[in-house]
Design a protein around this ligand. Sequence first.
Ligand code: ZN
Length: 247
Amino acid sequence: MRYLILSDIHGNIEALDAVLAAVDPATCDATLVLGDLVGYGADPNAVIERVRSLSPRATIRGNHDKVAAGVEDAEGFNTIARSAVSWTMLELSPENTSYLAALQQGPQVVDDMIEICHGTPYDEDAYVFDELDALRALESATRPVCLFGHTHIPVVFTRSRQGLEVETPDGEPLWPVAIAEDRRYLINPGSVGQPRDGDPRAAFAIADTTARRVELRRIEYPLQTTQQKVIRAGLPDVLARRLAVGR
Ligand code: ZN
C-alpha cells in the first residue's frame, strides 16, 4: 500500500492544493489524515470539502477540529488560537461542522505496519517534543510505524535495541526513511498548512508499506495568496506573518 499522509492542514487550501498537484492522489492507494483540518487558516470549508473528495482511508480529529465543531471548549488555547477558532466556528457550514464533530479520535490502526494519531497514541492532545515524550509514545504504539502530528515539526524517532535515535529532515524536497524489520518508528510528516520548523514550505509524507519506505516531502505553495486571505478574513495578522517564516 502507498499512502498519502496529510497532517495539520489548518484551513490552508493553497498548501493542500499544492500537495495534491505534486502528488497525484491516483498514484497513492489511500490517504491518511492526522487531524487539524481547520483552525488558523481562512478556508476551513474548502479544506474539509477537498479532504472529503479524497475519500481518505482514515481521518482522525485534532484539537482544533474538536473545538471548532463544539465537541470541546477552547480552554487551553492561547488568545490567537481562540480568536481563530471562534472565527472558524462562524465560518463553517452546518454540514462541515457535523463532519468535524463526527471525526474519530486517534489512535487508529491502519494496517499491520501503520497506526495514526494526532498527538500520541496514549493521549490525542499530548505533544511529542523530546526523547522522553517519544519513548512514552512508542511504548503505547501498537504498530511498528506510528504517524503523528500536532507539533507541526517533521521528525523521525527510531527505537532499536541500541536505544532511541532522532533525525530531522535536512531541507531536501524528499527525505527518505527506510523501515527496518527490527525497529519501531514514530514519525511526524510536518504540517501541510502551518509549518513550524522554520521552513515555510508545505510538509507531507508518502508511506509505502510494500517498499518499507516513508518519504518526508516539502513543496512550495503561493503563500502570499494565503496571507492575503487571512488578513482579509479579519483573522489575527500574526497568522499571516508566521506562514512566511514557518514558525
Ligand atoms: Zn495543529
